[in-house]
Design a protein around this ligand. Structure first.
Ligand SMILES: Nc1ncnc2c1ncn2[C@@H]1O[C@H](COP(=O)(O)OP(=O)(O)O)[C@@H](O)[C@H]1O
Ligand SMILES: [Mg+2]
Length: 280
């Protein structure tokens, strides 16, 4: 008999909701705390499907890669976790698919980073290629601030030796978070904040937002470009239309349920279970 295995570490509201949804659907599932397993001893049967819900994307990626080496289907697949886990790789993939995004530049030395920021025009946003919850983002208004930041970054280790710089997008107090499950855009929320960083983990307030035809088409393009089973897409609405800011592979979704009326965890476990019996 096949199982849905839900890999987690810290039990957030999301994981509890996923367990509950699997129970209500009477899907045979196991909750696996990755802190208690060891590879290669971890037993898993062909036909099982694994949902990667560990807080650390580094751990999600490793577990997915190991499981796939045994032919196990993981949702999301490691390729998607790795692509979305790197904002530069995501920007490159979006470009290749001609999906609109904020103008950006990448530089490999403090001097070129400063030149790139000047080219883009202030304010600019510096982001670590790997990160979430709005951590280590910097909005900079002039060259002196850029000089200070790049000097600090040059002492922060290899991960900060590539400078990812975006234009600052005037977004009138909110950005959009849209959920795609099993290839279908299912729900979206506006995230409002007085701060320019609108993540709900940083105090952004969520409000339901209806997905119209144009937005739906763009989200389908993102799905085609990135692939995968669950995507959370962050977007900005500008006078020239939507810009895709980033794509997350294992998002927190608790604020998206009562604001939209869409039962995200139920849709997620149903989709995951539909993949049982398939191979990586
Ligand atoms: N270029 C930008 N212009 C305006 N706001 C931005 C820009 N980049 C990020 N933000 C704000 O910061 C938030 C977090 O940025 P994001 O790139 O999604 O990083 P994280 O992975 O930390 O969520 C976004 O949701 C948005 O509110
Ligand atoms: Mg984000």
């Amino acid at each position: 008999m096949a199982f849905l295995q839900i890999f987690y570490s810290r039990l957030r509201a999301e994981e509890k909701l996923l367990f509950k949804a699997a129970e209500q659907r009477t899907i045979p599932f196991e909750a696996v705390d990755v802190r208690e397993i060891r590879w290669p001893e971890f037993p898993i049967s062909q036909g099982d499907v694994v949902m990667t819900r560990v807080v650390s994307q580094v751990q999600n990626l490793s577990t997915a890669q190991l499981l796939e080496s045994r032919g196990i289907r993981t949702v999301n697949p490691s390729r998607v976790i790795s692509l979305c886990g790197d904002k530069i790789a995501t920007a490159a993939a979006l470009d290749a698919a001609q999906i609109p995004q904020p103008r950006y530049k990448v530089a490999f030395s403090p001097e070129e980073a400063l030149g790139a920021a000047e080219d883009l025009g202030y304010p600019v946003v510096f982001k670590p290629a790997v990160g979430s919850w709005g951590r280590l983002l910097a909005k900079l208004n002039d060259s002196e601030a850029v000089e200070a930041l790049v000097e600090h970054k040059s002492h922060m280790g290899a991960q900060h030796s590539v400078f990812f710089i975006q234009e600052y997008v005037e977004k009138e107090g909110w950005d959009l978070r849209a959920a795609i499950i099993g290839g279908k855009p299912v729900a979206a929320i506006q995230r409002w904040s007085d701060h320019w960083i609108t993540n709900t983990a940083r105090g952004g307030r969520a409000e339901g937002y209806e997905i119209d035809g144009k937005l739906n088409d763009l989200l389908l393009k993102v799905q085609e470009c990135i692939g995968g089973d669950f995507l959370a897409v962050d977007l900005f609405l500008t006078s020239n239309g939507w810009l895709v800011n980033e794509v997350n592979p294992s998002p927190e979704f608790r604020n998206c349920i009562c604001t939209t009326g869409v039962d995200i965890p139920d849709l997620m476990v149903q989709h995951a279970w539909s993949q049982a019996g398939t191979e990586a």
